[in-house]
Every structure is written in C-alpha cells, then in structure tokens.
Write a protein that binds this ligand. Sequence first.
Ligand code: KG4
Ligand code: ZN
Length: 352
Amino acid sequence: MKPPASTTILGIETSCDETAAAVLDGEGHVLANVISSQQTVHERFGGVVPELASRAHIQNVDHVTRQALDAAGLTWQDLGAIAVTQGPGLAGALLVGISYAKSLAYALGIPLVGVSHLEGHIASAWIDRPSFPRTCVVLIASGGHTHLFHATEHGGFHLMGRTIDDAAGEAFDKGAQMLGLGYPGGPLIDAAARKGSPAAVRFPRSRVRTGQLDFSFSGLKTALLYHLQRMDQEAIVRQQADLAAGYQEAIVDVLVRQTFAAVRQAGVSALAVVGGVSANSRLRARLTERAAGEGIELGLPALSYCTDNAAMIAAAGQRALEQGRLASFECEAMPNYALPASSGGETMRRRS
Ligand code: KG4
Ligand code: ZN
C-alpha cells in the first residue's frame, strides 16, 4: 500500500496520562486537536498510576477520536493515514492507542505509521512554522526527557547532551510536591513563581563534569529538600512564591545555559525548544530575550503543542510517511523507544 506523499492524517497519542487525537490536512494544518486529561484520575496519587492510565485510555480513546473527526468536519473516509505513538511511554497505555489505531487502519484500508513520542515533540516546533530551519539545535524538556539534539537538514538527530538523572519536568513536579503545591507541578510552580522573586532564595546551578552539555537536576531537588527542612511549615507557606520562583530560576538558568552552549558548539543559527517544560513562562521569556540578543531564530511551539498532544504525533507521522516508514499490523508498543535509527536513534541508544 503506497501512501500519497501528503494526506489527511489522524494522530493518536496514549503514551502517558493524556488521551489525545488530532487531524492534520495534507499541508500539515491542524484541523482538530482534542486532549482528554487524566489529571483527576492521578492527582490524589501524586503521579501517574500506569494501570489507571491504561483503563482511562480504553474508556476515552474512541470518544476522543470521534470528537477530533467531528471538530475537523470530516468522516472516517476522508482520512488518508493514521499515526500512533509507539513509544517511549507506559507499555499498557501505549498498547491501547496502538491496538485502536491498528484496527482503524485495517477497517479503513489506509496506512499506519508508528512514531516516537520524542519525534512528535520535535515536530511540534514546525506545526505553526513550517519554514523554521531544519538545521538547528533542539531541546526536548519534558517529564521524562531533557535532551539536546543537533538536527540536520536530512532528518538526522545527533545527541549533544542529556540529563544524567532527573528530567527538568520531573524536577518541577518533585519540587512542587515538596512545596505543597500539588500535581502536576510545572504549571503550579510557574503560576506561584509569578507572585515571587527569583532572587529571594538562591538554589545551586549544577554542572556536570563528564559531558559538558549534560544536565543534572537531582542536586537541586536535594537542595530544596534541605532548605525546607530548616524552615517551619508556616514559613514555607508564607514564602511559597519566593521559593517557587527561586527553584524555577535554577532550572531555567541551567536549561538556558546548556542550550545556548549547544547552539554555539553546533554552529547553528536556529533553536527549537519543545516538550511540556517549554510551556514555562519564565523559560519562554528568558529564551526569547537571549535568542534576540544573540541573533538566533527561536522556535517555541504554541502552548497547546508543548504538553502532550496528538497534533505533534500526526505531524511526525506525516514526515514518517514521506520517508516511507510504514508500520505493519504486527507493530508493538516500544516502551523504551527513543528515535528511529534512521534519524540518529542509534546515537541515542549508545549514550543512554
Ligand atoms: O511533554 P509532557 O506533557 O509529557 C512528557 O512527555 O513527559 O511534559 C510534562 C511535563 C511535566 O513534568 C510538567 O510538570 C511539565 O511538563 N510542565 C511544565 C509546565 N507545563 C508542563 N513545567 C514547567 N512549567 C510549565 N508551565
Ligand atoms: Zn511528552
């Protein structure tokens, strides 16, 4: 089955705690982008419970997909291909989306493409800006990843640096928990920090000796813990905004420092920053200011494409289709999948 080079594509994303479906037209315009969050299912546990995530995906995936199709004003017969997240993610959660996508593709007789969730995040930078340079540095900062890639014109992604412990999103989530802000932590720290001063409390900025472009956030988390242990509960509540602002600033400082060092090292003039943490208002402001100062073209996805969504999966699916990367009906969930070997997946595996 040979797909047309550009076609209306349905994207399905169920790798973690969002059930999402989106439709893009043949030119890559987003016709619909529906996200059903499981936040209320998981918040009382302070994190994602895999079994509950799978169950919620089963309950939601068909409904969310039909909603996306309706919002796009299309019928099943208008679809030319289906893209689904194959990994990385929770095995059971991934399996729900994959099984559903397979059955749809089979019933409709259209091609199926399996894409990496990371490819999806990367593709999000181009959704609203198709002319953004393909040769650039990409920072993916999410709940599970903090990785710097040198992206090349022909679709290669060469790993330049990555976190050696916690991901940036994880640092936000754990910090928020310690500060009594709740789950998920990123948006809550972001909001609290707006009412505080980033200079009121200074937390350490980590440096990794081995890999100059690597990140480390576990020391920062410990520094916050020790700092809070020296305070009484009342003071923590009173200073919550300043603590959130200081903690956020330490994460943002390290992200900005390492990312611009990678831009210099790669010798590129464009930078894309993607993943849930790229929704952070302070990070966006700091990146924008620095990029303008250094004459670097900055690609930041719209907020709705930063955190997990299916528009990015459909967008990555369109590129995978162009490369002829079709999935068979035997394709499986790949919980540890990084990037396809053809785009530098080997590099990623060697180093992680
Ligand atoms: O990309 P994403 O939705 O899921 C993963 O692939 O992990 O990223 C989720 C992460 C969470 O850790 C969440 O706290 C963080 O992104 N996040 C933020 C913000 N919005 C989401 N972190 C900082 N500031 C935000 N505004
Ligand atoms: Zn994600």
